[in-house]
Design a protein around this ligand. Sequence first.
Ligand code: GDP
Ligand code: GDP
Length: 510
Amino acid sequence: WREMEWVAAQMATETESVDSRLLPLIAVCGRPNVGKSTLFNRLTGSRRSIVGDEPGITRDRIYGEIEWQGQDARIVDTGGVVPDDEALIPAEIFRQAQVALEEADAIVMVVDGRTELASPDMELARLLLRGGKPVFLAVNKMDTDAMQVQAENFRRLGFKNVLPISAEHGTGIGDLLDEVFAMLPEPREIETPEVMLTEGDEMAEDEDGPDFSPAPGAVVKPARRLRSHGEYEAKETKVAIIGRPNVGKSTLLNALTGTSRAIVSPIAGTTRDAVDEVVERGGHNFRFVDTAGIRRKGKTKLMAEKLSVIMARKHLEAADVSLLVIDATEGVAALDANIGGYAHESGRSVVIVINKWDLMTKTGPDGMRLFDGKPPADQKVYEQQVRDNLKYLEYAPLLFISAADGKNIESVFKKVELVSRERRKRVTTGQMNKFLEKVDFQKASVPMNKRVRIYYMTQAAVAPPTFVLFTDKDVKMHFSFERFLGNQIRDNFGFIGSPIWFKIKARNKK
Ligand code: GDP
Ligand code: GDP
């Protein structure tokens, strides 16, 4: 049973054709309602191609990418039109077969094992078998073992490879993929630029930023991988409110949960005393994790500070997005940078929240700021100072709020929703390769110890977006190269608020 294996390594779909030069292509064909979209969604983990389309709606071809046992492939759902218009079915079948035969390296024809063979099935089978490409017959809706023998009835369509599956239950899929992938050609190589990476251990220090390396043993667990089925359904975002004592975390929590009419309810978390509060806004749920912990205060200043770090780490583990709260009157302190460092390292998205902004703008009769006698602060200048002190969080959006006055609270929800969407975004390998060709790698100021060839780069995971570089040598990426590539990716694809992770995979040349 290998469902988990392939669920774990999914790639997304897109509704337009991707660069076809790279990965072998598998086409899924079949009559309407046999379960093509269900199978496709199983394989790609996407819900974009909608199961149970309304009859008569044209569904164009939908592409996705899958990985099976370390091998990548693209898959196309040749779709279907007009399930209820008999007259159009033969034409549609012909179009599908055409697409499949022209583009695909392997073809999976799907039939509904619980219905009689119909003439469109025969016609499609005939066309496909004549095409000379590897073809497989998936007899779908064989939900029980007992049903699977029925699949044999479909041998008379002429296929050598007949596989009973249940797209809905996920059975038989592993065997199908084994057979299909065994027939696929190797990925074609494209010319990607020669890229300099330095070999080695000496990952360069971030010279201009503060030291944010977590204390020894203080490892925040990597972000939990969502099953890819959930990736496009971010109906709920788990939010951690983190920051040092007295910056206004509890006040912010109250503002976020109190101003909204639609408080769903406190929900008991995993540990005994952890309570989450869920707020619903515009169809999106915001779950503030461990709200009891946010309100907990240390007795002494030192205890409170230690507690704020422990809480931040604990809350990050349970969250997708963190709100890093900073007290505007104090600016970025060492402890803020430290807590921000944990957020960055954890792979969670970050929104920087400058709180108590009211105190920075209130003026007395003489036009001077009341609390320290200075003129009102300028947001642009202030933001620059914060950014200079939190360089590694350059991707994080920054907000000025006043939690006590309820000012700008709405924008907190908006930004959290934005970064939560951004961290789940997918870039297809096709888009990635187009992008790679455009990148001017000469601009990456990286010592040229060793040249490494990047065959291609793919986004292997979301939340946080994680890119795998397939190279000919196994080397660590130089710090400044990683930053360069990350910035290039951001310029092109956004990923606002989320860190970007990289992995190197050395591939043996044949
Ligand atoms: P398509 O038109 O070929 O893309 O077919 P769909 O994927 O939309 O599926 C048509 C119907 O068959 C839907 O109601 C599915 O829920 C159902 N279906 C798909 N796969 C299975 C399966 O393995 N078992 C059962 N019992 N039903 C399935
Ligand atoms: P926590 O320790 O981070 O949870 O901070 P609290 O929420 O307990 O706030 C610490 C203090 O700052 C309290 O006295 C709050 O009333 C005050 N405070 C919080 N937010 C604001 C704000 O936006 N403006 C002002 N002026 N005071 C605030």
